[in-house]
Design a protein. Structure first.
Length: 445
């Protein structure tokens, strides 16, 4: 027994020496040791792990506290820094050469789906049923993005309660985002589970409808596809794009826009009067380009994006061969640098009274280009490629909604709109933001 105990003691001592040596290096000799921030965050990733995994997505708000204490640049992990400076955002997220052209071929589908949404709202009015606004708008965006991506209309808007498997999957993916970052092997392991086995374990969806439904997982895991098209990397990329970027984010902006618009009768009146200039009757139609020319509608769209903050998670960037300069600090090449749209959108210097929904701020900027500070889709080479799709959905949906429907926000409390947790998209203290309403009127021709 003596020999094993000896080697156990040697191993333990060596591990302790290694841990202490690494900590000393990170604190005093690491290339980022001159960057201010809490020593614990510089020494170990456990600080981030505690707030994001153990305390469920709260590290971003700890970073906000760091900035208040240490200034606009802080070291938030042993190898990453965070800069809270709107003027430096474009340096981190360098402009991209990728073009994002509008695709007018899809606009008729957007309009058709919005009209279906309006019809469903009318049905809720006749039935005098309460409406879950966030579910309705997410069903709209899920229908549009799945058709846009796969050429198939799944009909989520036709579901009685706007149930969307895509939204459920998106929520489950979001819940795993921090765990996957610390344990990246988990996602590939889950991807290796055969689709037929998932069907055996969870066959409920097929039993409910009495027939098998071709899901994204079925499509991407179809044995008929070439092996390279069934790769884990492709499945991961496609799923994230469809489930997160195309569905939950835009649906969330639309539902919060409805919440703020119908809570403020002055905003509703002004928006409705302006929309009437291109939609003279509630059932009129017009070109997307006509809606985009409406200044107050454009201001409402921008303010909705700012207040809704569809994506708040850190998206670090790296300058692999270039040392960056921020004020008196030199940032070594290869250093992950991040910023947060939430902090920019709540910057009181740029957006006074930032938690207040005020479309007029975009009309009264006095020459200041506020759109420069609208970072909902991030910027640079990895900016959201669906930006034009999202804008088209928002312009068409909001215009036709206010032109046709009167909503009364019901049983929705202000704390349900408060950003409390970061899972790339934001959550309240206990759930996703929920908007409930009743349809109290239909505008006639």
């Amino acid at each position: 027994m003596g020999v094993p105990l000896f080697w156990l003691a040697v191993s333990g001592t060596a591990a302790l020496v290694l841990l202490v040596s690494r900590t000393i290096y990170r604190l005093y000799f690491h290339p980022l040791s001159h960057i201010p921030g809490p020593k614990l965050a510089a020494a170990t990733h456990l600080y981030e792990f505690y707030y994001d995994v153990w305390r469920s997505g709260r590290y971003l708000f700890e970073i906000e506290k760091m900035h208040r204490q240490y200034g606009p640049i802080v070291r938030i992990t042993p190898r990453e820094i965070h800069i809270n400076d709107p003027e430096f955002y474009d340096e981190i997220y360098a402009p991209s050469s990728r073009r994002r052209e509008k695709d007018p071929a899809h606009v008729p589908l957007y309009s058709e789906r919005v009209q279906k949404l309006i019809q469903r709202f009318e049905g809720f009015y006749r039935a005098k049923r309460p409406l879950q606004v966030d579910d309705a708008f997410t069903a709209l965006t899920a229908d549009i993005i799945t058709y846009y991506s796969y050429g198939r209309l799944w009909g989520f808007l036709e579901d009685e309660n706007f149930r969307s498997d895509i939204r459920q999957a998106s929520s489950e993916l979001s819940a795993m985002v921090h765990l996957n970052r610390f344990f990246p092997f988990l996602a590939p392991m889950l991807m290796m589970i055969p689709v037929w086995l998932i069907g055996l374990v969870s066959p409920a969806s097929e039993k409910e409808s009495g027939k098998s439904t071709r899901t994204i997982a079925h499509r991407l895991g179809d044995p008929a596809l070439p092996v390279e098209e069934r790769s884990i990397a492709r499945q991961e990329e496609e799923s994230l794009i469809v489930l997160a970027a195309g569905t939950e984010t835009t649906g969330r902006v639309l539902s919060l826009a409805a919440y703020y618009i119908y809570q403020d009768q002055n905003v509703l009146r002004r928006l409705r009067e302006e929309v009437q200039t291109v939609l003279p009757t509630p059932t009129s139609t017009c070109a997307l380009s006509e809606l985009e020319q409406l200044p107050y509608l454009s201001a409402v769209v921008s303010e909705s994006l700012r207040v809704a903050n569809p994506v708040i998670g850190r998206t670090p960037r790296v300058a692999p061969d270039e040392a960056l300069k921020y004020k008196n600090y030199t940032i070594p090449p290869g250093t992950p640098i991040s910023s947060s749209s939430l902090f920019i959108h709540r910057n009181e210097t740029i957006f006074p009274n930032p938690t207040h929904f005020n479309p007029d701020r975009w009309l009264q900027a006095k020459g200041q280009r506020l759109d420069r500070y609208l970072t909902s889709f991030t910027k640079g080479s990895r900016a959201c490629l669906g930006i034009n799709l999202a804008y088209a959905e928002m312009y068409i949906a909001l215009a036709h909604l206010v032109r046709r429907i009167d909503l009364e926000i019901d049983n929705t409390h202000p704390e349900e709109m408060e950003v409390k947790r970061d899972f790339f998209v934001w959550y309240t203290e206990h759930d996703e933001p929920r908007v409930r309403a009743r349809v109290v009127g239909i505008l006639a021709d």
